[in-house]
Design a protein around this ligand. Sequence first.
Ligand SMILES: Nc1ncnc2c1ncn2[C@@H]1O[C@H](COP(=O)(O)OP(=O)(O)OP(=O)(O)O)[C@@H](O)[C@H]1O
Length: 249
Amino acid sequence: MREGPAMTHDTLLQARGLGISFGGVDAVGAVDFDLRPRELRCLIGPNGAGKTTFFRLLSGQYAPSRGTIRFDGQPLQGLRPFEIARRGIGVKTQVPSLFEGLSLRANIELAASRRLRGAELAAEVEAVLHRIGLYELRETPCAELAHGQRQWVELGQILASRPKLALLDEPAAGMTHDESLRTVALIRQITRESAVIVVEHDMEFIRLLGAEVTVFERGRIIAQGSFAQVARDPQVRAAYLGRKEQADA
Ligand SMILES: Nc1ncnc2c1ncn2[C@@H]1O[C@H](COP(=O)(O)OP(=O)(O)OP(=O)(O)O)[C@@H](O)[C@H]1O
């Protein structure tokens, strides 16, 4: 097993030998993974590499078959998803989780009300509505928002609830280039308060984020480094090419 550094006050998340198997198949093998407070990290890898499953292990949706997770100095072993959320791990999944009939303002308010009350709450909701660039639409029901706007409301919920760690699964999926640029700026804002792990297939988006990249392949980490470093890594290139050749066959 790869030896990681010891957990220090500078480590927010530490996974060791973390993995899960379904019907004898390792969806995630035995992963070692470290993240610092307010660090931005990108996870990439071909379809089925185990990225979403890794997120589900971190958020408690899946109980690991092996390994440990320490978060903010405490083990997460045996905790249920809502308990893990309370410890400070926020999740934005591929499926939007907005209250459709409620206004954009109400959706942000619900997220902010986990930590604020009264005048502070009202001020924070105003500030977040401005930061996501949707203040003018604040009384619009979320059901009436466009795809990109909905994604930004969810990022606004993360800004408002300030988790110690935010897990963002494909935050730029289906966005135009301009929308992606705005999403990059929003994610950078989130990292002022929270560490962020982003799973994304869009390589241009990953390049724009400019963060350290961890590459998954068949449930293992095969590379880690800057976008430029992993993009020229022969193992990474083979992983993507191999999958493409299989798909083309
Ligand atoms: N609940 C489950 N039961 C059985 N197999 C599962 C389950 N969840 C995930 N898997 C398998 O685990 C592997 C990893 O899947 P996962 O969705 O984590 O990959 P991914 O890297 O997120 O892929 P994508 O980029 O396509 O979303 C796949 O082979 C998948 O079929």
